[in-house]
Design a protein around this ligand. Sequence first.
Ligand SMILES: NC(=O)c1ccc[n+]([C@@H]2O[C@H](COP(=O)([O-])OP(=O)(O)OC[C@H]3O[C@@H](n4cnc5c(N)ncnc54)[C@H](OP(=O)(O)O)[C@@H]3O)[C@@H](O)[C@H]2O)c1
Length: 307
Amino acid sequence: MSQVKYSDPGLTLNTAATIPSLGLGVYQLEGEECKELVLQALKTGYRLIDTAQFYRNENAVGQAVRESGIPREEIFITTKVQAGAHTVEGCKRKVEKSLSDLGLDYIDLFLIHGPLMGPEKRVDTWSNLVDFMHRSEGKIRAVGVSNFGIAHLEALREEGLEIPSVNQIELHPHLPQTPIVDYCKSKGIVIQAYCPLMRGQQNQASLGEGAGWAGKAGFGWDHEGLKGVAEKENMTIGQVLLKWSIQKGYCPQAKTSSPTRLKENLDVLHLPPLSEESMNELEKMNLEGREEEVGRLALEWNPVDCP
Ligand SMILES: NC(=O)c1ccc[n+]([C@@H]2O[C@H](COP(=O)([O-])OP(=O)(O)OC[C@H]3O[C@@H](n4cnc5c(N)ncnc54)[C@H](OP(=O)(O)O)[C@@H]3O)[C@@H](O)[C@H]2O)c1
């Protein structure tokens, strides 16, 4: 398979490992479709794939990685555990299940998918994952969390536990989650942005729980400021959103099932930065504090404030 080379400095994790600047998210892709898409993505030049036990496609992702012919060490695989890892045995079982479903010798980044298991199980899950990583002789290379708010992260710190390498949260110009971002940056936690494309051009309300603004005129991909930036920068709207995310220092996980859009999205790595003026224009899309007017802001579950 001929490979495209994108020059990508990536981001550095607190383990000293490098993570590519942009990932392909494979939520809602399954079986052969998922395998073919990941193969196509790897051929296009993607080197980071974001899966999860919940997505039921670790198998397809692993198959694609093995079939791609690309050296394993050039590809970065993230997966996530939802629940059941709060006991030592449970944690071992969950990690080994991912390794076996992926059919890979190691996982680059293993995340706790969300904080909903409650304070005690959350701390126990984190502690078990960190221990597993240290004892696993390289089967897990880094551990992190997803959808964690500041209080969840502080609780881990107060227990004297290691700082996560990554926090993956919903993040786009309508929902910049600045306090969590600032906290993570201050602790050296790399921020992965999910729903970085605000779920694309289609009616965003049709997927997940749906935000109050999704699908409404003047919001999302129909936002005048966003459309203006795309025109001025000579980029597509998708590219502007991904560029915004990368320029803010995040690592966006963008999903597409289209080979054409795979390339369009990855091409942001070769596009010049957005101007300061454009970045300022995109900051104006922030809807935080306007919930009463526009309704729920998050497109997905975003349980960053759960107890
Ligand atoms: N940790 C978590 O709790 C969590 C939650 C949600 C998502 N995620 C991760 O984040 C990834 C992305 O999230 P997401 O899929 O919800 O949202 P997203 O990446 O913001 O949007 C995906 C949508 O955008 C469309 N799209 C992609 N590129 C496009 C382009 N260039 N032009 C126009 N439309 C485009 C896609 O349609 P086409 O397929 O037709 O291109 C798809 O409908 C997931 O796959 C998953 O890996 C994590």
